[in-house]
Design a binder for this molecule. Structure first.
Ligand code: ADP
Ligand code: MG
Length: 193
């Protein structure tokens, strides 16, 4: 895939609570490097499950990716990656999963592409501390609705945090999980390096 840096700055949220989420996140970061530039990664957070509470705690993180892909192509890549990294496509909604990859924010743009079921900023971003906290670590002043006809145009990620402060989210490790050397398996191309 052809790639030139810098066209779109995307924030991707990672989550998982099955198997070895840290290792899976490392593999995801390695794979994301094949579709763009992973500019930064957040710390790792241990977070209480929401929506379906009777399951193991999750690990969550976020990465900043610079990519040339169009939003719907990026979503397709993320879904492909989820499957490749062991996600059960028939798993229960909000239930245990090896990895969930969500497009949290796309350069302050709003997307509603109903053909492929894509909404950006992610529709549940504002109610999830597990997504907001890693995002705030990378870009506290980010305004996810900046370029939209939306009353939230001036709202920053930092502004959103107080309303989710009651949710249990703990930082457990720095961003080393995303170092290229952390991935056990990065696929045939990356393995050459
Ligand atoms: P969640 O991410 O809320 O835990 P799922 O991972 O099961 O739930 O996602 C369900 C669907 O949400 C996906 O099939 C995808 O088409 C859709 N979706 C809508 N907007 C987004 C987005 N911004 N990022 C990722 N998926 C999205
Ligand atoms: Mg998802």
């Amino acid at each position: 895939m052809l790639y030139r840096a810098g066209r779109m700055r995307v924030f991707i949220g990672l989550g998982g609570n099955l198997g070895d989420p840290r290792g899976t996140f490392a593999s995801a970061a390695a794979q994301l490097r094949r579709i763009g530039l992973v500019a930064r990664a957040s710390s790792l957070y241990r977070t209480a499950p929401r929506d379906m509470v009777d399951q193991e705690p999750f690990l969550n993180a976020a990465v900043e990716l610079e990519t040339e892909l169009e939003p719907r192509d990026l979503l397709e890549e993320l879904k492909r990656l989820e499957l490749m990294l062991g996600r059960n496509p028939d798993g229960i909604r909000f239930g245990p999963r090896t990895i969930d990859l969500d497009i949290l924010s796309l350069d302050g743009r709003c997307v509603e592409d109903l053909d492929v079921r894509l909404i950006v900023p992610h529709p549940r971003l504002v109610e999830r501390r597990f997504a907001l906290e890693p995002l705030a670590e990378l870009a506290p002043g980010l305004r996810p609705w900046r370029n939209c006809a939306d009353v939230r145009r001036d709202v920053t990620v930092l502004d959103l945090l107080p309303s989710v402060a009651d949710q249990d989210v703990q930082r457990v490790e720095g961003p080393e999980w995303a170092d290229p050397a952390s991935a056990d398996w990065a696929g045939p191309i990356s393995r050459i390096h």
